[in-house]
Design a protein around this ligand. Sequence first.
Ligand SMILES: C[S@@+](CC[C@H](N)C(=O)[O-])C[C@H]1O[C@@H](n2cnc3c(N)ncnc32)[C@H](O)[C@@H]1O
Length: 473
Amino acid sequence: MNRLPIFLQVRGRRIAVVGNGSLAARRVETLARAGAEVWLLTDQPSEEFDALKGQYRLGDLAAPEAFAGFPIIYFAYEPEEEPDEVQIARARKAGALVNVADYPRMSDFITPSVLDRNPLVVAISTGGDAPLLGRMLKARLETLIPSSYGRLAALAGAGRAALAEKLSSHQARLRFWERIYDGPIAEMVLAGDDVTARTMLEREIDSCRPDGSASDETPKGEVYLVGAGPGDPDLLTFRAFRLMQKADVVLYDQLVDPAIMDRVRRDAERIYVGKKRANHAVAQEEIGAMMVKLAKEGKRVLRLKGGDPFIFGRGGEEIEKLAEHRIPFQVCPGVTAAAGCSSYAGIPLTHRDYAQSCVFVTGHGREGPIQLDWTSILRPRQTVAVYMGLAHLDYLTKEFLRHGADPALPVAVVENGTRPNQITVTGTVSDIAAKAKAHGLRGPTIIIVGEVVTLRDKLNWYTPHPGNAHADA
Ligand SMILES: C[S@@+](CC[C@H](N)C(=O)[O-])C[C@H]1O[C@@H](n2cnc3c(N)ncnc32)[C@H](O)[C@@H]1O
């Protein structure tokens, strides 16, 4: 290690910035955010500093004592400027530690790439050799460290003093925090419920044993109801991915793509509870009961569902039982099939020239095709996305026509949307049923009805897997 990483408390300290361009402005901004008393040493601040008024004082760079009284001085030259080595030497002579942006060898310290989850801060340095690499690594960490980790750190900060009073042993406190960071209290914060988390933490501090373990050793499980999106694993949310890594057991649907199951924690137990139309593998109540039982055994249960759990997903019904049994749970939304399929088929669901509204409907009821409110569905300049409609496509399109739809109204059927084997068939209300049949579509499919479908000719961007012989029609 060539340089020593330290986090400096600069609140109220005088720190100077020399420069008058965007780089200097960013330095001023960062320093002001950290609470420093920032001095900008320049003649006349450029427009880069317009938005920073009140965040810095102006110093005279030409004054003989310009650098006096600053423990730290930043030189932030613009790329076309050469560093003024005389000035830098003067600053150092005045007793300051100096940083020259982009010139690590002229600098006493370097500024790292910073991942800010205040109070949690991660700083990355490549010793000035490869700043871009540092920034790329930072971008990766952004995806790994949830933005709410700062709030988790703040919660721990709030509980530290009380815990130190209760547990004198360092080991015991470590054991306590390990349990908290890995358990439902942390999950509660990450899911956004800081108030409950704080109450739970206070209770834990009050009741924990002298060695930091929980007084009540009955295992506490929890349930994560997670939307896995329509198929492409890259569409998983950060939170979904994190919960998939935490789960002890996963209950999954037929619609959850195998590529997504590959991302679930390797040693998690997998239970298939999916169902096919008219062939319910596991009854809904049974799934609810199973989740309650597993959570009561202390397991972290991941209920993974295709798309979004609250859109035609019965997610609400499944978690009602959890609420009744007071089992902690959280719901993580996913990209719903209509959004995923339309994007990957190059069909915007709304567009100022074609559709100002969009409705999601299901084409399948408990007892066959659903009876829809045709007047509200057949509004002009409205897109209709039909879920679970393929089996009744013939009936649905006939009903569209019977209720006054233009026979030339464009329709697209997207099968296996967002997946490598996506197929998109386009036509009109009059011929789409026959076309879908001719292509042997089997589902899952989303049916998109509306003028927006014509935009596909221009906006289609996604190329399904080349091995898919009839990817488009
Ligand atoms: C029971 S619903 C679940 C919907 C899911 N909760 C969502 O938000 O997308 C199942 C229907 O979603 C649609 N669907 C789900 N994934 C799809 C995909 N990859 N491509 C096309 N349609 C899909 C189909 O209409 C399928 O019959």
